[in-house]
Design a protein around this ligand. Structure first.
Ligand code: SF4
Length: 417
């Protein structure tokens, strides 16, 4: 279901079935790219293509902040059951996607298990991979237990980058956590340390830049947010401080599916240039000086091939391309939650932005399974706060006028309580 959003626009504009998306003289004529894959399940070995269509060369790399490590500009998001995707994992390495991202909770551990299965079978490949995992605990004792579990599942003695998963507040970055990270590095169990965040991202990026012991932040910045003044300042602070920044959720979708006409207009423009909209969105991020890499969900060989081709391709976006992205962002701003948290302050701390993110997994990424899992993973006490019926103050506080009450009712009915 990965391509539901833009595929619909393409079909509307071009009447495409399985036809190529390459435009005449388009940048991607240099590297064969298939049409976006139709909706489908996560990759499995049975879905492996008969022969790779891209030459086995490496995609560009960039320094990851002050870590001393260079990573490919495209990273594999591992939020799927990787156990039955062993050939797919091998192909990511063949194409230079040597940065693999997972977490203790992804697919109830089956994401880490699948990576571990790969390293058991191909131990020489472990050193080729920049391996990232995350802890859902922010307490040192819990972090120790989860790190040990991750090392075991991943069949490795070290993790290259270990992140606190989805923190909401810099208050969890305590001196005890700092000491824990220093000890884990000294013991050789992790190489670098940081956190991921989905909301109040500008404030958390600023905190990372000022603390001095956070190596990397993984955050959900996308083309919609690049022009935001606070976000720009926070990214610049990280760049100056040497904090590596990894982007995720690069498509910038929101809890409401944008209208077909706006989507079709954007798709038509990129079609002429030879890009898919996703390739343009990736390029917009890669052209930003503070970015090290984009971690992308690539749940089919076709999507992997499409994004890898964009990484190989050296064509930069034209002014008109950037304008098209911004125009689409402006036309659809009321469908996108910026996770600013203004509504949460106005509603007594209800995790509204988290619920919006869950809806986004389904509306923008077509992943109902992930949407429901993420919603049910919210702590029960927090989820109970979403049961209120009066969201007037929250809606008045939302700078983008999202219909919060209606969307929360939708989330509750879709995902359960
Ligand atoms: S105020 Fe609006 S944009 Fe901000 S978190 Fe709430 S719903 Fe999202």
């Amino acid at each position: 279901m990965e391509h539901r959003l833009t595929r619909r626009g393409f079909l509307k504009v071009a009447g495409l079935g399985g036809a190529t998306l390459l435009g005449a003289g388009g940048a991607l004529a240099q590297a064969p790219v298939p049409a976006p894959s139709p909706p489908g399940p996560p990759p499995t070995d049975a879905a492996a293509p008969a022969a790779p269509r891209l030459a086995p060369r490496s995609i560009p790399t960039r320094p990851l902040g002050r870590t001393g490590v260079s990573v490919p500009i495209l990273a594999l998001g591992g939020m799927f059951d990787t156990r039955s995707a062993q050939l797919y994992l091998r192909q990511t390495l063949a194409w230079g996607v040597t940065h693999w991202d997972t977490a203790d909770c992804y697919e109830n551990g089956n994401s880490e298990e699948g990576f571990g299965r790969y390293f058991q079978r191909s131990p020489d490949d472990r050193a080729k991979v920049f391996l990232v995992s995350k802890s859902d605990s922010t307490e040192p004792a819990g972090m120790t237990a989860l790190l040990e579990q991750s090392l075991k599942r991943l069949s490795t003695s070290y993790i290259d980058l270990y992140l606190l998963h989805g923190i909401r507040d810099a208050a969890v970055l305590t001196p005890e956590v700092k000491d824990w990270a220093a000890r884990a590095k000294a013991d050789g169990r992790i190489r670098h340390f940081g956190f991921s965040c989905h909301k109040r991202m500008d404030a958390l990026l600023e905190a990372a830049a000022s603390l001095g012991w956070i190596d990397v932040v993984m955050t959900a910045v996308n083309y919609r947010l690049l022009a935001d003044a606070k976000m720009s300042a926070a990214l610049e602070a990280c760049r100056k401080a040497g904090v590596g920044v990894i982007r995720m959720k690069f498509k910038g979708g929101g809890p409401i599916t944008p209208d077909d006409d706006a989507e079709a207009r954007m798709a038509a423009g990129f079609l002429k240039r030879g890009f898919t909209p996703e390739q343009a969105m990736l390029k917009a991020l890669w052209e930003h000086p503070a970015i090290a890499t984009v971690c992308a969900s690539m749940k089919s060989f076709g999507v992997l091939q499409e994004y890898v081709a964009a990484a190989f391709d050296k064509t930069t976006l034209a002014i008109d391309d950037r304008a098209a992205l911004q125009r689409f962002a402006t036309e659809t701003h009321g469908t996108f939650c910026r996770a600013c948290g203004a509504c949460e302050a106005a509603s007594g701390g209800a995790p509204v932005a988290d619920a919006m993110r869950c809806l986004m997994y389904e509306s923008a990424y077509g992943d109902a399974h992930r949407a429901r899992d993420a919603f049910l993973a919210l702590p029960q006490r927090q989820r109970a706060r979403l049961d209120g019926s009066n969201w007037t103050d929250a809606e008045l506080a939302c700078p983008h006028g999202l219909p919060i009450g209606r969307l929360l009712a939708d989330a509750r009915s879709r995902f359960g309580k």
